[in-house]
Design a protein around this ligand. Structure first.
Ligand code: CMP
Length: 140
């Protein structure tokens, strides 16, 4: 399988509870490498652009408020089949449906406050990585 890069966000519910290290340990145990990482505090407008694909969904406004409520850690993960592997490590969007041992099963608080985001396909990964990082910041 090819080496891929994917965009990950450790969300406000997790940074607030000081879970960045525990979540990164899950990625590293799965063979994913953190090749770029920074802690930022998004504005609601910046969160809104990132989640524009969900603009028509009923939870969009709540989602943007949440993502701007506390700092987030944005990161690029690299590894074999990184996009799918990261989604497996994260678990289902709704923590009630997430498999045991996944990040969302262990840490997420609700479907909205679900601790992590991960890109869902190669095309979205490229767009999402470029939203937060310049090429020189990716150190594989
Ligand atoms: P994420 O993987 O970041 O992609 C979109 C996000 O929208 C998702 O995780 C959830 O945080 C959020 N989301 C999805 N469904 C709902 C919902 N029914 N209510 C609130 N937030 C949701």
């Amino acid at each position: 399988m090819a080496i891929e890069r994917t965009l990950s966000i450790i969300k406000p519910d997790a940074t607030k509870r000081n879970l960045t290290g525990k979540i990164n340990a899950k990625f590293e145990e799965a063979g994913l490498r953190v090749i770029a990482q920074k802690r930022i505090h998004l504005s609601k407008a910046q969160a809104g652009v990132f989640y524009e694909v969900h603009a028509e969904r009923p939870f969009y406004d709540e989602l943007c408020d949440f993502m701007a409520s506390e700092p987030v850690v944005v990161q690029v993960l690299e590894g074999e089949g990184a996009i799918l592997k990261n989604r497996e490590v994260m678990g289902a969007t709704n923590p009630a449906e997430a498999a045991p041992g996944t990040i969302r099963a262990e840490f997420a608080e609700s479907v909205g406050e679900n601790s992590v985001h991960g890109s869902d396909a190669p095309e979205t990964a490229a767009v999402e990585i470029s939203y937060f990082f310049a090429g020189l910041e990716l150190v594989g």
